[in-house]
Design a protein around this ligand. Structure first.
Ligand SMILES: Nc1ncnc2c1ncn2[C@@H]1O[C@H](COP(=O)(O)OP(=O)(O)OP(=O)(O)O)[C@@H](O)[C@H]1O
Ligand SMILES: [Mg+2]
Length: 301
């Protein structure tokens, strides 16, 4: 038994932490018990180290992703501005075009940084949501209104089927919830097809409110379904390039819903379309109608 103890210690010295599992025979022999103790301690540490290594890898990948994503809009804006400074500014038409392009790049840089901040605050648990009674049907209508122009540009029609008869009250953080629904609508339009449809459905199901948003666009291949909620995950980087996303939208949606104790589901078929859905607890309509959504119209972009 003492020899076995030495074996383990030797392995530890050589950082060969893969100590083989041994039968934990109930033993009265104190040295054997000590040996067992060491074994279980080592395997616990082994697990911790594995976990830490995984986190470290995750952190490094994240940093690489962030830098890469930041580079794209910065380089673009830089290019336009330098070209202008090098003389292109004299041509009025070129000047206008390049300034607009530089501004667009800086806008997407701004969105990226905002998204990153929101995400990291939510993941760190710093961002606290403020729950208040909101009319979810009104929130969805608000979100759809924001996307009318974009839908026209993409020749996509937006529909909202509200089957709740004005009975769609929930406790939620109005601003964040609007952000989540907006991201889902935006994806429906962006990854929709020409002359396609994006349709939202709202129903009461017992004490719950059921929300679904469906498009008939390009869909998501099954091997990607589990990953689309990861930060920076995009199915086809070259394909999304023209659509200009960074892959943060759905991770923000997931985090926001998680803060509301809500789990989001996704069903999709390539070339057929995608459905995102969730259920959230309803509340009794408040006696007096709060006006948080009116305030939203002025603050939300
Ligand atoms: N409705 C949808 N139909 C088809 N594919 C989708 C749909 N929604 C999301 N996806 C796929 O999942 C990926 C991740 O979506 P997500 O919203 O997180 O990122 P994004 O739209 O690329 O960028 P961002 O939302 O940050 O502007 C997308 O790149 C797209 O490939
Ligand atoms: Mg998106």
């Amino acid at each position: 038994e003492i020899n076995r103890l030495y074996e383990v210690v030797e392995k530890l010295k050589k950082k060969e932490l893969k100590v083989t599992k041994r039968k934990t025979l109930i033993s009265l022999n104190p040295i054997s018990r000590l040996n067992n103790e060491i074994h279980s301690l080592v395997s616990k540490k082994q697990k911790e180290i594995k976990q830490l290594k995984k986190l470290e890898l995750y952190r490094r990948e994240f940093l690489a992703d962030v830098s890469h994503e930041l580079k794209t809009p910065i380089f673009a804006a830089q290019g336009y501005i330098h070209t202008l400074l090098d003389g292109a500014v004299d041509d009025l038409e070129v000047r206008d075009k390049f300034l607009r392009k530089a501004a667009k790049s800086l806008d997407s840089l701004n969105k990226l940084v905002q998204d990153l901040l929101t995400l990291s605050k939510m993941e760190a648990g710093v961002l606290k949501i403020t729950l208040e009674p909101i009319d979810f049907a009104e929130l969805v209508r608000n979100a759809f209104e924001k996307y009318e122009q974009m839908a026209i540009q993409h020749t996509v029609t937006l529909d909202f089927i509200d089957e709740t008869n004005g009975n769609a009250w929930i406790n939620a953080d109005a601003y964040r919830m609007l952000l989540a629904i907006s991201n889902l609508i935006e994806n429906g339009i962006k990854y929709g097809k020409e002359n396609g449809h994006v349709e939202a459905l709202l129903q009461r199901r017992g004490g719950m409110l059921f929300f679904e948003i469906k498009d008939d666009g390009i869909g998501i291949p099954s091997e990607h379904i589990d990953r689309i909620f990861e930060r920076f995950y995009r199915i086809d980087r070259s394909r999304t390039k023209e659509r200009g996303g960074s892959g943060l939208g759905l991770s923000i949606v997931k985090q926001i819903l998680k803060l509301h104790q809500v789990d989001i589901q996704v069903k999709s078929k390539p070339k057929k379309g995608t459905i995102f859905s969730f259920e959230i607890q309803t509340i009794a309509p408040p006696a007096e109608k709060p006006n948080s959504l009116n305030a939203l119209n002025n603050t939300a972009s």
